[in-house]
Every structure is written in C-alpha cells, then in structure tokens.
Design a protein around this ligand. Structure first.
Ligand SMILES: [Zn+2]
Length: 171
C-alpha cells in the first residue's frame, strides 16, 4: 500500500519520517521529499529551550535514551538526523531558502558553532552540511565499534549545526 504524504493537499508518496514531538521517534508523520525539506528547514530541536535546558541536554544522556536499548532504537530526533547523515541522505536537509551569512554579523554563538565544526567563518551552508555529515560519521558509535566515547563531542557538533541551521534559515 502506498503511503501518502501527510502534508495538507499533497498526493505524493510519504517516504520520510518527520518527528511530531521532541524525543519521541515513534510519533512521526510521513512526508514526501519536497515536504520533508520544508519540515527540516523549519524544525529546530533547540527552539524555545533556554541556556539551562541546552546545558542540561549537553550533560544528560537524553540523546541516547534508555541504555538497555541498542543505540539505533533510541527515540529521538537526533537519531533521525544522525542516521540520515550516516546513510548519506543529508541532502534532504538542503533547501533553496538558505542564504549565506553576512559575515560581519556573526554572533558569538555562531562563531562558536563554526569553531566546533572546525570550519572557517566564511564557510557556505553546503560546506557546513558536508562537514556535519563527515563529523557524524567520524564520531557516531556505529562507526566506533559501538563506543559512545565521543558522545559529548557529537552532541556539541549537533548543537552547533542546529545553531547555524536556525540562523541561516532566518537570514
Ligand atoms: Zn508532500
């Protein structure tokens, strides 16, 4: 049976999972490629989180959830993001709406994000995506014999990526 994209009035096939709520991968809508792109552009995990909450996120094992479960079954948005990167599907995050930064207007947060991703401040959005994909592959437990020793690093990378994604999307 063909699953139809959940987007209003869309008749395309729904092949991509879009989370409905934070940290709950079981609740998702299936969208077509066009609409998952729009969804990803607008979705920001850290939206409405204050600094304390973000700090808590960095320290907690929220991203991996229940330790009894295998890594792959963790129920959160990050696994979608990381799995997409691992499976080389990151182009679903590509949108035409992103503009390059006004370099002189970089905030401290944005500069930090570039530093974490080991990118020059002049990096273009495409480079940011490629670097993110590269780093996820490098630090993901699946690529390190299941070891989570790079957990903190991977989280910071994801936070940085989200930061840039959010700001690029707005400018
Ligand atoms: Zn659609």
């Amino acid at each position: 049976m063909k699953i139809i994209c959940d987007w209003e009035n869309c008749k395309e096939q729904g092949s991509y999972k879009a989370p409905v709520e934070r940290d709950n991968i079981r609740k998702y809508r299936l969208l077509c490629l066009k609409h998952i792109k729009i969804f990803n552009k607008n979705w920001n995990y850290f939206e409405n989180m204050n600094n304390d909450e973000i700090e808590y996120f960095l320290k907690s094992d929220l991203t991996w959830h229940k330790s009894t479960k295998s890594f792959g079954s963790s129920e959160n948005f990050f696994n979608l993001l990381w799995n997409n990167a691992l499976e080389d599907k990151l182009n679903i995050f590509k949108t035409t709406g992103f503009k390059d930064f006004q370099k002189s207007n970089l905030s401290t947060k944005e500069k930090d994000a570039f530093d974490i991703l080991e990118l020059k401040y002049s990096a273009k959005w495409l480079e940011i995506q490629q670097k993110f994909k590269y780093l996820v592959k490098k630090y993901h437990p699946d690529k390190n014999q299941g070891s989570k020793k790079y957990e903190d690093k991977l989280k910071k990378i994801t936070l940085a990526y989200s930061q840039l994604k959010m700001n690029l999307g707005k400018k």
